[in-house]
Write a protein that binds this ligand. Structure first.
Ligand SMILES: Nc1ncnc2c1ncn2[C@@H]1O[C@H](COP(=O)(O)OP(=O)(O)OP(=O)(O)O)[C@@H](O)[C@H]1O
Length: 251
């Protein structure tokens, strides 16, 4: 479904991402974790063809994302506010996204109605431009915008950041529901280990641009992750742990 091959990104002579191989099968949900600067956003930007790799490629349903546009139709994503059109109101923005996906007004309203609780009455029907919304409310607009096209692949960079606790739980439940009820492939980065272990069947840890753990989520995963990051503070975390890689036969 989605495959990263021998992917390298270098900034200022420093290799910030180096992933020999990473595969996601259709319907899989992956939580991407790692400390600040680990390379999570860089990986997502490369998958979305927003930046150019120094080496390697990303393949979506058999197409090289840097050489094809087809994947854009079935991929929903929200990386940061740069994805928004800040001089529009949220409703205008949703209408714009709806038109991109060929949704009728009725379809759009039906899809937006599902997120009424998530919006908590602060997003729709107002006169504010997106640029005047709080960071958390901008995030709500971006995340829902990414979901409106009913994507096969969903990529969200730190969707829980800036959201109040109640909204974080709402979003977590929405993503969990999506994971359980659809065949969507989700790649979600987060600094909240609890949220991603709650609904992602697979957790990948990036450290200094490398995949150092690739875990099938189980009841021990949260404590394994906590232990990994605690060991990092103590300077004891191991480099790439051989044999931990997610089985390739999953693909
Ligand atoms: N445009 C750029 N120019 C130079 N260096 C960059 C650029 N973009 C990212 N980097 C560097 O690449 C590394 C990885 O950054 P990235 O944003 O991918 O990390 P991250 O895991 O998403 O971090 P965070 O958790 O803080 O969001 C960092 O050292 C960052 O400074």
């Amino acid at each position: 479904m989605l495959e990263v091959k021998d992917l390298t990104k270098v900034y200022n002579s420093q290799t910030v991402l180096d992933i020999p191989e990473l595969k996601f099968k259709a319907g899989q949900s992956m939580g991407l974790v790692g400390n600040n600067g680990a390379g999570k956003t860089t990986l997502f930007r490369l998958i979305l063809d927003l930046i150019k790799a120094n080496r390697g490629s990303v393949w979506s349903k058999g197409e090289d994302v840097s050489k094809s546009e087809i994947w854009k139709k079935y991929t929903g994503s929200f990386i940061d506010e740069g994805f928004l059109i800040d001089y529009l109101s949220p409703d205008e923005y949703f209408q714009f996204i709806g038109r991109l996906h060929g949704l009728t007004r009725g379809d759009l309203e039906a899809r937006l109605a599902q997120y009424e609780d998530f919006f908590a009455g602060e997003i729709r029907g107002g006169k504010k431009y997106i640029r005047d919304l709080s960071k958390g409310n901008q995030k709500k607009v971006g995340v829902v915008g990414a979901l409106l096209g009913d994507p096969d692949i969903l990529i969200l960079d730190e969707p829980f950041a800036n959201l109040d606790p109640s909204t974080q739980y709402r979003l977590r439940d929405e993503l969990k529901k999506l994971d359980q009820q659809t065949d969507i492939t989700m790649l979600i980065s987060s600094h909240d280990l609890g949220h991603v272990t709650e609904f992602c069947e697979r957790i990948v840890i990036l450290d200094h641009g490398k995949v150092v753990k690739d875990i099938h989520t189980n009841t021990e995963t949260l404590s394994e992750l906590e232990d990994f990051f605690i060991q990092k503070i103590k300077g004891k975390a191991s480099p790439v742990e051989e044999g931990e890689a997610f089985s390739e036969s999953k693909e």
